[in-house]
Structure formats: structure tokens, C-alpha cells
Design a protein. Structure first.
Length: 357
């Protein structure tokens, strides 16, 4: 995943340092950072690291290793990997945790399934759950007992009942090449980025139906993170190098796009500090946005090569960033916005990250 002169994306041709025909998922997010021809754009597929969450009681961070078909677990008290990598499906992309039921949900892009991990034992539960074509991202709604999975190649979202770990209802049709998804339990909504449409779809999680028209944002929206306290959703526009802000009360864009680094992909919010952390893959940095003013604060924070996924731990004052080109995770102190310690080695091609409590 080396930088490219032109910021192009291809859904199925990816330019990661370790090329492999089987990496359909990596294609998705790595391509965004790689040098590819314009001809590949029609197959483009958005983000892959939207989900970032944390298991607070056990203080664990779950890291998806797309090239290894595994999930690494980091003890956030010691910032060291614990146990052996957990084997999941083919080309896993994203992970989301549900603290209430003690589960982590992992999308397997190459298998068209979702694996379920018991976060108490860090073992896989049952058989993988079949979903749509090329599941890309996942977000949980602990209040509603649901997990929402974007099916990138199908243009749909599948809904999983986290009590039974079975798909419920029919797939929900959204925009072109849906990538990231984020839930807002307070307003009962799920926000889905449609990379091919340049829009965000809004799902009513009470009825699992799409609300209104898609919201136009920037060029190739990749990831989305919600701030329930502030009533906002932050969307990274990969090709535009910006972040769009949506008012979740009105589902309209507010203000002008916020300029960040090159090829912004992952984003996560910290409601306690009023901050949003944005991974700029081509820049190898993280930008920090003040969510009260929606302005960038301070200088970009240098992390590893091709940062992708971001997870925040507001209580401990930390942000965790997966470095897809370095096979590491960087830790940022969100009180000082400085990197602490050495990068944590994980598996091959880390992407999605999630904190589990």
C-alpha cells in the first residue's frame, strides 16, 4: 500500500506491498492508497475500517489482520498482544464489539460471512453467519440487539440479531458500493457511506428501513463515526481529503468540508474531549478535529505506514491506530495528542480495530 500520485480506488485490484489475488477486502481499503489506473475506478469499494470499539472490563483491543485471516487481541493496560491470533474467515475486514452480550463481530469479505468471537474466552462461536456479497464493515447496536453489515458488492446492508446470531429480515438496499456503517443508539439510526454514490444513507434501526434521500457528501466517502452527545456524524471523503459533518437531528450536512490529510480513511470520535481522530493513509498521519468548532487542532500526528482503522478509548484517554503498511498499531495519548510507546506488532495487513468492554 504505497502512496500514489493520483488518489484512485479499485474495488478488486489492490496495491498493497504484499499483493495477493485473494485480497478482495484489502483491495477495498488499500487500493484507496495505491497507484491504480482510472479504469479500475468502476469497481471501487469504500472504507474498511469503520468499526472501532472497546471492551472496557477486559481492556482489550481487537485488530483484524486481513492478510493473515486472523484477529489479534491487545491488552490495553500493557499495550501488548495477548494469546494467539484468532482464526476467522477469508480476508477479514472490520470488527465491532457488543459489550452487553460479550461478542465481537468480524466481516469476512472473501467468505461472504461474519464470524462471532466470544470476548470472554476469545474463541470463535458457532459457524460463520452468511450475509451478502463481500461484507465490508459492521457496527453493533447493543440497545437494539442488532449488528449491521454492509455488503459492498451487493449494495445492501444485512441485519444480524445478536441474541440469536442469525440474519433477520431482507437485506436493506442502500447506495452504490456501501462501505462503512456507524450506529447511533440515542437517535435509533445507522449511517452508511456509499462510496460509489458520494452519499450517506440513513437507516431507521427501529424499522430497518431507509429514511429520506441519501445525503450528498464528498468524493468517495469512506468511513463514518457518530457522536451521539454532539448529534453529529463525521464522514471521511477519501478522494477529496476532507471530512463532512452531518447533523444527525436533521440528517443534513453542516458547514464546509474540513480539510485534513491525504486519503483520509478511518475516523473515530471522543465525546468526552470533543475530538474526532482521522487516519490519513497517504500522509501516514492522524488529524485531530475539535468537534465543538469542527476545525482541525494542532499538527497532524505521525504514526505508521498507511494508517487505516481508528478506535478511541475516552475513559483511558487513548486512540489506537492500525498501520496497514507497517503491520502495527500505534497508541495516541488523547490528552496530549502524542504517540506513546513503540508501535505494537500485530498480524499481516491490520485494518479494522475495535475496543471491547
Amino acid at each position: 500500500m504505497s502512496p500514489a500520485p493520483s488518489e484512485l480506488t479499485s474495488g478488486d485490484v489492490f496495491a498493497h506491498p504484499r499483493r495477493s489475488a485473494r485480497h478482495r477486502w484489502l483491495t477495498r481499503w488499500t487500493v484507496v492508497l495505491a497507484a491504480l489506473s482510472v479504469a479500475l475506478l468502476p469497481a471501487a469499494a469504500p472504507h474498511a475500517f469503520a468499526a472501532t470499539h472497546k471492551e472496557l472490563l477486559k481492556n482489550r483491543l481487537y485488530v483484524v489482520n486481513a492478510d493473515s485471516d486472523t484477529v489479534s487481541v491487545i491488552d490495553t493496560n500493557t499495550n501488548a498482544v495477548v494469546g494467539s491470533p484468532i482464526a476467522v474467515g477469508s480476508t477479514p475486514g472490520a470488527v465491532a464489539t457488543d459489550a452487553l452480550c460479550g461478542r465481537a463481530y468480524v466481516t469476512n469479505g472473501g467468505s461472504d460471512t461474519v464470524s462471532v468471537i466470544d470476548t470472554n474466552t476469545n474463541t470463535v462461536l458457532g459457524s460463520p453467519i452468511p450475509v451478502g456479497d463481500f461484507p465490508f464493515d459492521v457496527a453493533t447496536d447493543s440497545v437494539g440487539g442488532r449488528a449491521y453489515v454492509t455488503n459492498d458488492f451487493a449494495g445492501t446492508v444485512s441485519v444480524i440479531d445478536t441474541n440469536t446470531n442469525a440474519v433477520v429480515g431482507s437485506p436493506i438496499a442502500v447506495g452504490s458500493t456501501p462501505g462503512a456503517v456507524a450506529t447511533d443508539a440515542l437517535c435509533g439510526r445507522a449511517y452508511v457511506t456509499n462510496g460509489g454514490s458520494g452519499t450517506v444513507s440513513v437507516i431507521d434501526t427501529n424499522t430497518n428501513t431507509v429514511l429520506g434521500s441519501p445525503i450528498p457528501v464528498g468524493d468517495f466517502p469512506f468511513d463514518v463515526a457518530t457522536d451521539s452527545v454532539g448529534g453529529r456524524a463525521y464522514v471521511t471523503n477519501d478522494f477529496a481529503g476532507t471530512v463532512s459533518v452531518i447533523d444527525t437531528n436533521t440528517n443534513t450536512v453542516v458547514g464546509s468540508p474540513i480539510s485534513v490529510g491525504r486519503n483520509p480513511i478511518g475516523v473515530a470520535t471522543d465525546a468526552l474531549r470533543g475530538r474526532a481522530y482521522v487516519a490519513n493513509s497517504h500522509s501516514g498521519t492522524v488529524s485531530v478535529i475539535d468537534t465543538n468548532t469542527n476545525a482541525v487542532v494542532g499538527s497532524p500526528i505521525s504514526v505508521g505506514n498507511l494508517p487505516a482503522g481508528v478506535a478511541t478509548d475516552a475513559l483511558r484517554g487513548r486512540a489506537y491506530v492500525s498501520n496497514g503498511g507497517s503491520d502495527t498499531v500505534s497508541v495516541i495519548d488523547t490528552n496530549t495528542n502524542t504517540v506513546i510507546g513503540s508501535p505494537i506488532p500485530v498480524g499481516d495487513g491490520p485494518g479494522g480495530v475495535a475496543l471491547g468492554r
